[in-house]
Design a protein. Structure first.
Length: 168
């Protein structure tokens, strides 16, 4: 069976999932929703990806906690839940970046602070840990500035990344 372009995209997005902080399965569910013209119910997602309903449900819960997928109602009398991804790609990317900052930078900085309190600033390891904390605090500060305003972040991305429509 030949893979469709959507299937190829779903697989590629699944691989990229780790960069976004998602598992491969969660990223594949997200990709299917991105590539769909319609809202999808749990059965559509599970069948479309060849995964269990339970796995699809857990992936949707994760995507909803990130704020990039929402639950919607389709029609009167249809009791199934349907799901859609954020339709604006810039808003989606901005949301993911903010969540990565919140979920990754902030706990890492707190963890380093806790370790530094235990080592009392002695020895080469303490120096490396203090420098790592300083580096992460600086990176978080950059992320805070970049992500402080969605419109400004979009302008900066366009400025550094090329213009809309570039493919290279």
């Amino acid at each position: 069976m030949k893979k469709s372009e959507v299937d190829k995209f779903v697989e590629a997005w699944g691989v990229m999932g780790a960069l976004m902080g998602f598992s491969a399965a969660t990223a594949r569910v997200h990709a299917l929703l991105i590539a769909s013209d319609n809202v999808l119910c749990l059965d559509d997602i599970a069948d479309g990806l060849g995964i269990s309903r339970g796995n699809a449900s857990m992936c949707l819960k994760e995507l909803r906690s990130w704020g990039v997928v929402s639950r919607v109602s389709k029609a009167a009398g249809d009791r199934r839940d349907y799901f859609q991804t954020e339709s604006d790609i810039w808003t989606m990317a901005y949301t993911i970046a903010n969540e990565r900052k919140r979920r990754d930078f902030e706990p890492a900085i707190r963890g380093l602070q806790d370790v530094l309190a235990q080592v009392h600033g002695k020895g080469p390891a303490a120096t490396r840990l203090a420098e790592m904390r300083e580096f992460l605090v600086m990176m978080k500060g950059i992320a805070d500035q970049l992500l402080g305003n969605e419109a400004a972040a979009k302008q900066l991305m366009l400025m550094f990344g090329g213009t809309k429509g570039d493919t290279e």
